[in-house]
Design a binder for this molecule. Structure first.
Ligand code: UT7
Length: 351
């Protein structure tokens, strides 16, 4: 019995935002962003588009490819760190938007590792026969985190110069502002009782909360009230990030978990046809690739086009590789992610 991918799809926010757009509103440069992260552009949503909208749009594409309709889906697993609302989760909102039956809808919150965690949860639900045809979504709207005041200029709909005060505020968050993008991706997973080769094979997941405050949003229920003018003034409603710490975690833990997972299956790096890493920084992925000795044609990066879309990065890259024919039926894939929590992990799939 195996959980097999039957369809995949993704969408991005409506507005293309090239690096040059940030040069207008903060002290940064296209060159800095490219050199430090590899990112050339990202997409931000239009006003009114939420995470569940991106999830629903991506799901429709994945469902069409899988040849399944709303009546066939019997479980939703929705990975996001940017739900439409503080509560409820985005899964149930998307259930209604897609016209699915009153099936269970589960949100999971593992940030950049959301997709690999969601794969394990989904596989367990399918193998336990709780579900037969499951929709797994990774979707994010990061742009609302940013304390920008002139969104039309950011989105390319106007061309206003910021005040000095606005420029200083934008520059204060520049290390995070340039990294993230808005997008949604989905896959349809189905239990196949007869299958023994294709499908999800195994996972290795980890968490360590001891340094959670190296990448987190300080506001929240640890404060009463959870939001206040002081919190907003201190920018504690915006993600805080120790970029160098996250970088070091990624280049240490990602190779470690790959070696461990492959080792358990007696596999070498050369036996993996495609590595798909979370897209947080091209330099991170190049360092992990070197550390593991992965051949350049076995790894796929697309952060240049989309920035970091957390739970959506891996399924977007996966969908691009499937559609372009880069991944062929029967290929062995290894997904790897690390992010806030900290959570990290890897998954093996035979496509
Ligand atoms: O999925 C998990 C999410 N997060 C991550 O994966 C983040 C991982 N970390 C990183 O990607 C990198 O640490 C960053 C891209 C965030 C930063 O790159 P870095 O090479 O570690 O730069 P840095 O933090 O050491 O900053 C170097 C300089 C600083 O200026 P000073 O102190 O040397 O004067 C920063 O203020 O670069 C400055 N800087 C910027 N300059 C222009 C930071 N952000 C920017 C910016 N534009 N956007």
């Amino acid at each position: 019995m195996r959980s097999v991918v039957k369809g995949s799809g993704f969408v991005v926010g409506e507005h293309l935002v090239p690096n040059a757009r940030f040069e207008k509103i903060m002290d940064t440069s296209d060159q800095w962003i490219r050199e430090r992260s590899g990112i050339e552009q990202r997409y931000f949503v239009a006003d009114g588009t939420s995470t569940s909208d991106l999830g629903a749009r991506a799901s429709k594409i994945a469902m069409e490819q899988a040849g399944v309709g709303p009546q066939d889906i019997d479980y939703v697993v929705f990975a996001t760190m940017t739900p439409d609302h503080f509560f409820p989760g985005s899964g149930s909102i998307m259930q209604s938007k897609l016209g699915l039956r009153n099936i269970p809808a589960l949100d999971i919150r593992q940030q950049c590792s959301g997709f690999v965690y969601a794969l394990q949860v989904s596989d367990a639900l399918l193998k336990a026969k709780v579900a037969k045809t499951l929709l797994l979504v990774g979707a994010e709207t990061h742009s609302p985190f940013m304390p920008f005041s002139d969104w039309p200029t950011i989105l390319g709909l106007a061309d206003n110069a910021p005040t000095e005060e606005q420029r200083a505020l934008h520059t204060a968050v520049r290390d995070r502002a340039v990294l993230f993008g808005d997008a949604g991706a989905a896959i349809v997973l189905q239990r196949d009782e007869e299958e023994t080769e294709r499908g999800l094979i195994d996972f290795e997941l980890h968490a360590d909360g001891s340094n959670y405050n190296k990448l987190y949003v300080p506001s929240g229920m640890a404060h009463r009230p959870y939001v206040s003018p002081e919190i907003i003034k201190q920018l504690d409603h915006v993600p805080h990030m120790d970029g160098k710490f996250v970088f070091r975690m990624a280049v240490t833990k990602m190779p470690e978990v790959v070696r461990s997972l492959l080792g358990r299956h007696g596999l070498t790096v050369d036996q993996i046809d495609h590595f798909i890493f979370h897209q947080a920084n091209l330099r991170i992925n190049e360092a992990v690739q070197q550390s593991l000795g992965i051949k350049p044609d076995r790894i796929y990066n697309n952060i240049q086009k989309y920035g970091n879309t957390t739970a959506a990065t891996i399924p977007i890259a996966y969908d691009e590789c499937r559609r372009s024919g880069r991944i062929k039926r029967g290929d062995l894939l290894c997904f790897v992610g690390l992010g806030a929590g900290f959570h990290w992990g890897a998954a093996l799939l035979r496509d």
